[in-house]
Design a protein around this ligand. Structure first.
Ligand SMILES: [Fe+2]
Ligand SMILES: [Fe+2]
Length: 154
């Protein structure tokens, strides 16, 4: 589980690529999701877009601090003409993001980068809110992540 600083730069760049993906997805989905049932969540997705931009800046700062160069490539954004499919893409991405940030907190702490771990914890709290918003809009429970290493490690 312990990583080098070089490896941490690579992992943070993957996080940054996921944040870009989230920004793009929320910008598009917040406008493309139609229908009275989805009115509230569409507004909420606009708020998410702004939060994801702040996350991207925070992660880019950490990469720069470690001596790396922030990536310019987002992860792929899936498109659908179905509101439910778009919400599901977002929910899957948030769950993936949360899994990664939980691991990143531990990796930062293992390197003695406690302030960085704290920044990522703050992002993590917002990602968990995003996950809840999306699961609620889909009428589902939040995905059970208790089997992940992150939670079993406490
Ligand atoms: Fe984010
Ligand atoms: Fe998010």
């Amino acid at each position: 589980m312990t990583v080098t600083r070089e490896k941490l730069i690579d992992l943070l760049n993957e996080d940054l690529a996921r944040e870009y993906q989230a920004i793009i997805a929320y910008v598009i989905y917040s406008q493309a999701i139609k229908g009275a049932v989805y009115m509230n969540i569409a507004k909420e997705l606009e708020v998410h877009a702004g939060e994801e931009l702040q996350h991207a800046i925070t992660i880019a700062k950490q990469i720069d601090y470690l001596g790396g160069m922030p990536t310019n490539v987002p992860k792929e954004v899936k498109i659908s003409d179905q509101a439910e499919a778009m919400l599901r893409f977002d929910l899957e991405n948030e769950t993936d993001t949360i899994r990664n940030y939980r691991e990143r907190v531990r990796q930062c702490e293992a390197l003695g980068e406690y302030a960085m771990a704290e920044h990522i914890r703050e992002i993590l709290m917002q990602e968990q809110e995003h996950q809840i918003d999306l699961a609620t809009a889909l009428g589902e429970d939040v995905p059970n992540m208790s089997s992940t290493v992150a939670q079993s490690a406490g």
